[in-house]
Design a protein. Structure first.
Length: 186
């Protein structure tokens, strides 16, 4: 009798051990599966940004950006570059240069310094009113079109329709301006 009681206890212990082993094996397999899923998802995440001054939501990933992001950034840079007065030209220049590709930095800086000096010397103020933005998010390019209203002192100059091509370099989550050039009308 005693032998059969000991035997049933041993069988019960073996059953518990086997149950815990199956549970541990199942948990290990689930962890391995999660590691594989995470490995395949690395670099595919998208970050949804909703800044307060932007009209549309957009996303950025490790290698790409949404067309809305390029559109919003192009509008921002055009505003910084083309809405200038004698009082804000230096500040606008510094903001733009923070987002400039190092290969284009010195060329843009000298161009902006000349423009700033001209604005201050001639008491010019300009206001840019965007009309249209066309985006090529594959090549990180956009064309912004709008009207520039200029004043020399208090004298208003005729409104001029302009188009600018802005090209970017996307580097580790940062969008950097590679060029900002006026497109002459044909």
């Amino acid at each position: 009798m005693r032998f059969s009681i000991e035997r049933s206890r041993i069988e019960k212990l073996f059953a518990q051990r086997n149950g815990y082993m199956m549970l541990a094996t199942g948990c290990t397999l689930i962890c391995l599966l999660q590691i594989l899923v995470i490995f395949f998802l690395i670099g595919r995440e998208k970050i949804i940004l909703i800044p307060p001054n932007v009209e549309k939501t957009f996303w950025v990933s490790s290698q790409n950006v949404s067309p809305q992001y390029l559109s919003e950034m192009t509008t921002f840079f055009a505003s910084m570059r083309l809405n200038i007065t004698a009082g804000n030209a230096a500040i606008q220049r510094d903001i733009i240069l923070r987002y400039t590709d190092p290969t284009y930095y010195s060329a843009l800086k000298s161009e902006l310094v000349k423009e700033s000096d001209r604005v201050i010397d001639q008491h010019i103020s300009m206001a840019f009113f965007p009309v249209n933005v066309k985006v090529d998010s594959k090549h990180f390019k956009s064309i912004i079109e709008g009207d520039i209203k200029s004043f020399v002192g208090e004298t208003s100059l005729p409104t001029k329709r302009v188009r600018y091509l802005v090209t970017y370099r996307y580097d580790e989550g940062r969008l950097l301006v590679k060029s900002f050039e006026e497109i002459k009308h044909d």
